[in-house]
Ligand binder design. Structure first.
Ligand code: PLP
Length: 393
């Protein structure tokens, strides 16, 4: 039975074309890009071409791109660099719904003596911009607000946020790990200082990321070592993965519009039919302003983990915002920040599609979900009672 993979916000399959361009760098072309000889020099030139493709994807200049080991490193680097570049400022603003790569880093910084404001969101997952205005001060060094949320897909108005932050004299960083490749992202259109990207969310391998650093932004490296990346990130380059990342960016740029409409169509069909066939189903997140590939739903009075396990029996991969599945003991901080009721958080499931998702994949979910929800609700004492009172067919 082939896998129905609907967990693309967690990671994506490596595209065939990406694997193809990587292979020579895992066998014959093993030179070190920093070497003086021609053998290494040719590797250096291919890395520079990959840099150009990443830059093109977000309309940046190649020299504004620094390769890192992952989105998490890019996020940590951006925030730390911003703090080091204005050491007299001790305030950070971020949101309650960031990925742990930003959220937990900011919590750590709070324990180290920084003042951190965590902006709230409303019940649709939309950011409270008034709170941003009232939190900014002369002491604010950096504002880090994600471009699009990995759990509910909600897109934040980073263009507007960037302008507000810049007029207050702070550095603006955005985590665009989920947005890049799924939405047209153009750094020329708004005054963002730094932006994080990750390869494995756009059909490149895991373990490679990039940080966009706008020209003339003061920057302090996080990983200090050799002169690689013009001294902005030490360490011998992950050559094959960088080359794969470049190819993935090139493909993403070519396909961003066609992928958007096709993937959105599949997601919308999944959403509409699940709403019709599964009583007590709710959508988490702003339906009018979401990533085209993301669907986060709650099935009240059913355990998300139980849904995932049953889907797994049909070889369908999705993920859940309820406890334990993501290796954490806490239910989703994103759904909690949105004020989603406890009973619905525990029954949340995220389906995330990709360019490779087919109609058959969607049909497989639609065939199985109504039965799974019905069966699990029958097993739950709350669900049995709720079925009669609250949940209408
Ligand atoms: N930021 C967001 C929004 C993400 O979704 C992820 C990964 O899930 C990351 C950062 C971390 O990226 P990486 O896995 O490359 O460290």
């Amino acid at each position: 039975m082939s896998v129905v993979y609907l967990d693309n916000n967690a990671t994506t399959r490596v595209a065939d074309e990406v694997r193809e361009v990587m292979l020579p760098y895992l066998s014959d072309l093993y030179g070190n890009p920093s070497s003086m000889h021609t053998f290494g020099g040719q590797v250096h030139r291919t890395i520079e071409r990959a840099r150009e493709h990443i830059a093109l994807l977000i309309y940046a200049e190649p020299e504004e791109i620094v390769f890192t080991s992952c989105g998490t490193e890019s996020d940590n680097t951006a925030i730390m660099s911003a703090l080091l570049s204005s050491p007299e400022k001790r305030h950070i603003i971020t949101t309650r719904v960031e990925h742990p790569a930003v959220l937990n880093y900011c919590k750590t910084l709070a324990r180290r003596g920084y003042r951190v404001t965590f902006l709230s969101v409303d019940k649709l997952g939309r950011l409270n911009i008034d709170e941003l205005y009232s939190s900014l001060s002369d002491d604010t060094a950096v504002v880090s607000v994600m471009y699009a949320n990995n759990e509910n897909g909600v897109i934040f108005p980073v263009q507007e946020i960037a302008s507000i932050v810049k007029s207050a004299g702070a550095i603006f960083h955005t985590d665009a790990v989920q947005a890049a490749g799924k939405l047209p992202v153009n750094v020329k259109e708004f005054p963002v200082d730094m932006m994080s990207l990750s390869g494995h969310k756009m059909h490149a391998p895991k373990g490679v990321g990039a940080l966009y650093i706008r020209r003339a932004t003061r920057f302090s490296p996080y990983i200090i070592g050799g002169h690689q990346e013009k001294g902005r990130r030490g360490g011998t380059e992950n050559v094959a993965s960088i080359i794969g990342f470049g190819k993935a960016a090139e493909i993403a740029q070519e396909h961003v519009e066609s992928d958007d409409s096709r993937v959105r169509g599949l997601r919308d069909r999944l959403e509409e039919e699940l709403l019709q066939t599964c009583p007590g189903a709710l959508i988490n997140g702003d339906r009018g302003n979401r990533l085209p590939n993301t669907l986060n739903m709650s099935f009240e009075y059913v355990e998300g983990e139980a849904i995932l396990l049953r889907l797994n029996e049909f070889n369908i991969c999705a993920s859940s915002g309820s406890a334990c599945t993501s290796g954490s003991l806490e239910p989703s901080h994103v759904l909690r920040a949105m004020g989603v009721p406890f009973t619905a958080i525990h029954g949340s499931v995220r389906f995330s599609l990709s360019r490779y998702t087919t109609d058959d994949d969607i049909d497989a979910v639609l065939r199985n979900m109504p039965g799974i929800i019905k069966e699990l609700r029958q097993l739950s004492p709350y669900g049995r009672n709720a079925d009669k009172t609250k949940i209408k067919n």
